[in-house]
Design a protein around this ligand. Structure first.
Ligand code: SF4
Ligand code: SF4
Length: 295
């Protein structure tokens, strides 16, 4: 696999407002997500626990799914949710606040939902290569290539964002699929107390999840064990408390970006110096790992 990622960030940014006809959707599987986040990065249980250990429990967000035909399902807020028995199944990913970015080879900065760890100035990942760099990101787009599914790199190229996928050979060490047969307790979890979820699906769909809502699912994911959908109650409660109390640079930046942003895809009404100053203030100076820029 060989990629040309400079100036792209197509897999880290929701660029649907820029090119709705070219941008794909992760709503195409058998179990469409209930939220509208684009290219959510599904994390493993250990990755979720690692973010929590680093005080970054406030960067995590749950994803619930519509049931496929033949699936178990529960109704929450009047919506059918895919379940294992009566326990809603979910994944956990990284939050995507609106940020001022110019991805996929464009020049004009716009407000687009972007991964909490994307440096809006360099369009590089702030955790690239470090211990917390998610497996989904480090191996992208190997799974798409393996499944013969279109990659974000190809979509960017189709939208006029330049050639991105220069070599499409799948590496031998590609890990198992996040939603494949070995996903239970590793990347797909089951929430053990469905009666507690009144209102959560409404808020999830309305992008109004509270810190407490997010922390519930983080707790249940960390209380899970690979290979099973059961949950250790003590570990769940302890992780939930830590997630609820998290107050990281990243969580604070998400809040401020969300307050500052204009509409989805709107141009950023700041001159370049002010824009970069704001990124420094909200992210770099607040504790975000730096990025090197492109050579
Ligand atoms: S963790 Fe890094 S590579 Fe992965 S989506 Fe976020 S910014 Fe992109
Ligand atoms: S979409 Fe492809 S080329 Fe663009 S940043 Fe992601 S991996 Fe790199």
């Amino acid at each position: 696999m060989e990629l040309r990622c400079e100036g792209c960030a197509g897999c880290c940014v929701d660029w649907r407002p820029l090119a709705p006809e070219a941008a794909g959707s992760d709503r195409t599987g058998r179990r469409p997500p209930l939220d509208d986040a684009y290219d959510l990065v599904p994390l493993t249980r250990d990755e979720i626990a690692g973010f929590l250990d680093d005080g970054l429990g406030d960067v995590l967000v749950p994803r619930l799914f519509e049931p496929a035909e033949g699936d178990d399902a529960v109704r929450i807020d009047g919506v059918a949710v895919a379940a294992a028995g009566d326990r809603p199944v979910f994944a956990v990913g990284l939050r995507k606040p609106p940020k001022p970015v110019a991805p996929i080879g464009t020049d004009e900065h716009r407000w687009l939902d972007a991964c909490v760890f994307l440096d809006p100035t360099t369009l590089q990942c702030r955790i690239h290569g470090d211990e917390r760099y998610p497996r989904t990101c480090s191996t992208y787009p190997a799974h798409n290539l393996e499944l013969d599914a279109e990659t974000e790199c190809e979509r960017v190229a189709a939208a006029g964002g330049g050639d991105r996928l220069l070599d499409d050979a799948v590496p031998d060490d590609t890990p198992p699929l996040p939603f494949g047969p070995r996903a239970a307790g590793a990347t797909v979890f089951a929430y053990p107390d469905p009666d507690d979820l009144d209102g959560v699906v409404d808020r999830l769909r309305g992008e109004r999840l509270t810190p407490d809502d997010r922390a519930r699912f983080v707790g249940a994911a960390v209380g899970s064990s690979p290979g099973s959908l059961s949950v250790d109650r003590d570990r769940m409660a302890e992780a939930r408390d830590r997630a609820r109390e998290a107050d990281s640079w990243a969580g604070r930046a998400i809040r401020t970006w969300s307050e500052r942003a204009a509409g989805d895809g709107d141009p950023v009404a700041l001159d370049p110096d002010d824009r970069e100053r704001l990124v420094r203030e909200l992210e770099d100076d607040a504790g975000a790992p730096g990025t090197p820029g492109w050579e």
